[in-house]
Write a protein of this length. Sequence first.
Length: 264
Amino acid sequence: MIKKYRKVIQSIIFVGMFVVPLLNILEIYFIKGTFYSIDIGDIGIADPLAIFQAIISSRHINTTMFISVILPILLILLLGRVWCSWGCPYYFMVEGIDYLKKKLKIKNSKPSYDERLPHKTNFIRYGFLIIGILFMGISGIPLLNLISAPGIISSQALVLVKFHYLTFEIFFILILIILEFFYFRFWCRYFCPQGTFLSLFRWKKGLKVVKVKDDCSNCLSCIRACPMLLNPMREADNSLCHNCGDCIEVCPDNKKVDTLKFRM
């Protein structure tokens, strides 16, 4: 049921990217914006990484900036990186690619589990984030905003609905999608600056997958199901985990007695 609920939420958010600018065309402005920054009534919500870059670039922080990131950061502290697996339109699309590959019987490009891989992955993605921040600090160009997959997708949805065309940014997304056919979750695992930055706020007491029963059948279904190539029985507290719940959904032992569960 977890995956079903997740798909419903993903679908609502994805469709919402097109509905919001349509409402604005109809002069309904209760909600407006993109995933860089969105206003719901009098509440402003912004991408924490975008605000962080703005602060470094301007060397200034104001009340509006501070308030706009409170809700996203609280969400991460309580529920972990759920945005990445439950809300991000790019992740929704790459899961669709997985489904398409299966239907077309295209060889699965997902690597086998290796206990050394999470360390390597974290080293690369945090290194990429640091390089992007340093580049922005030196040049003043918000590079990480320019390669924000959810930001680009939502802004392209707005441009398409309001002005009936797409900008050159869409080619970045198209390239990522093509590469996803050959390299499993490469952007989400190794490079996505938003996901990496959000993982900095992951709290040990927040929502996470926990093995609540020591004995299990050791079928390794949870490891094979994990899109971040983790061992959910031992590595669910790794910052790579985005609480998609796939490991819980696939665990056969859960049908008999609680084994893998979400716990605070």
